[in-house]
Design a protein around this ligand. Structure first.
Ligand code: GLU
Length: 415
């Protein structure tokens, strides 16, 4: 997976006059720690779980990136996600490097108390690696503000000082930022709005959302509220489709109450297998779940003219080429879903200054960054005649190269 991701680096380097030292630094993760966590289960037994934290590169600042809880987590996946975070933070010009963490676990199989013990065990194991000036975790797939709250609490008790800036995506009551909850989707939404004219998107354009977790639900809500027609939303169990447009509020309520399938019976709606989401007839397809959802065997099915990547890595490099050949514009993950880490940065800034912003301030600042970086990347893609993904990598690599050079020729690692 990491080898695949690294092909983007070479592609981007070909468009810049980059020193080979820069590529040598960015080709390998700086450090990946693997730990076996042991917790007490509710029935009194002990159980162990593999866990990782990767600090990929800290040239531009402390490493930053989420922690995912997933049964398929692996060291390779964590390192790849940490590589993407390095570029994502550089795309957005945030003063961070890239990191990522994971526990190999199905969180749905644990009780709430077990989940809390596991979250605390992760921080006990990695307390010397993370820190507000070193490595700052956040939520990712199957982790949320409740888990971040437990983790921040555990860290604070280990170091003996209230330290909210060690983790972002916390509950508001523990120093979380207003506007963090829907920030990933909102960033993508501001990006689409900024580029709507260039992308030829008109009022009533049809949207299909693959994956209906945090990012998927919020993007459906925001786009429906802005006059788009959300014609499909899907999760791991199925795809709810209505060419005339779904009732998004009802879909969110159904998802919370036990499943989207319940709405399959509603007049006009149909309930399809989950994989149908990729080939839905629509203008904007939003993959908002996991990696590799669009691959060489289903890329031909995509009917959308725009793909907004709210998930990390939802398109394989092979599929990426097939979509580009067909003139489909992909708004790439490291730009399109960067609203999440951007508001994480705002949260960290607020924690450090001890003064908190209104939700309007958060939205306005997020909008400004998304529009500035999104527009710059759009321009770069036009100037160089390359995809938005390549342009985003070029944009980020230029910043990373500058920072690597500015550190001097004898210095290799920071914190
Ligand atoms: N997990 C999110 C991402 O992949 C957010 C990371 C963060 O806020 O640090 O971008």
């Amino acid at each position: 997976m990491l080898a695949n991701a690294l092909t983007r680096l070479d592609e981007a380097a070909a468009h810049l006059n980059i020193d080979s030292d820069v590529l040598e630094k960015l080709k390998f993760p700086r450090e990946t720690t693997q730990v076996r966590l042991m917790i007490r289960m509710d029935d009194g037994s002990r159980k162990s779980f593999m866990a990782w934290r990767c600090r990929y590169d800290d040239t531009r600042g402390p490493t930053k990136g989420g922690i995912r809880f997933h049964p398929d987590a692996s060291a390779d996946e964590v390192e790849t996600l940490a590589f993407w975070m390095t570029f994502k933070c550089a795309v957005m010009n945030l003063p961070y490097g890239g990191g990522k963490g994971a526990i190999k676990v199905d969180p749905h199989a644990l009780s709430k108390a077990e989940l809390e013990r596991l979250s605390r065990a992760y921080i006990q194991a990695f307390s010397r690696i993370i820190g507000p000036d070193r490595d700052i975790p956040a939520p990712d797939v199957y982790t949320n503000s409740m888990i971040m709250g437990w983790m921040a609490d555990e860290y604070s008790s280990i170091v003996g000082a209230t330290t909210p800036a060690v983790i972002t995506g916390k509950p508001i009551a523990l120093g979380g930022s207003l506007g963090r909850e829907d920030a990933t989707a909102r960033g993508g939404f501001y990006l689409i709005r900024r580029l709507a004219k260039e992308l030829g998107l008109e009022l009533g354009a049809r949207v299909a959302v693959q994956g209906f977790g945090n990012a998927g639900q919020h993007i459906a809500r925001l786009m429906a509220g802005d006059g788009y027609r959300v014609v499909a939303v899907s999760d791991s169990r199925g795809c709810l489709h209505n060419p005339a447009g779904l009732d998004v509020a009802a879909a969110i309520a159904a998802k919370k109450e036990g499943g989207l399938a319940a709405l399959g019976q509603v007049k006009g709606n149909e309930w399809l297998p989950p994989e149908a989401a990729i080939g839905i007839d629509c203008d904007v397809l939003v993959p908002a779940a996991l990696e590799d959802m669009i691959h060489k065997d289903n890329a031909e099915e995509v009917k959308a003219k725009i793909v907004l990547e709210l998930a990390n890595g939802p398109i394989t490099p092979e599929a990426d080429k097939l979509l580009a050949q067909r003139g489909i514009v992909v708004l790439p993950d490291i730009l399109a879903n960067a609203g999440g880490v951007t508001v994480s940065y705002f949260e960290w800034v607020q924690n450090r200054q001890g003064y908190y912003w209104t939700v309007e301030e958060v939205h306005q600042r997020l909008k400004a960054v998304m529009e500035t970086e999104g527009w710059a990347i759009w321009q770069r893609s036009k100037e160089l005649g390359i995809t938005m993904r390549s342009a985003a990598y070029v944009h980020a690599l230029a910043r990373l190269a500058q920072a690597i050079e500015a550190h001097g020729t004898q210095q290799f690692f920071t914190a």
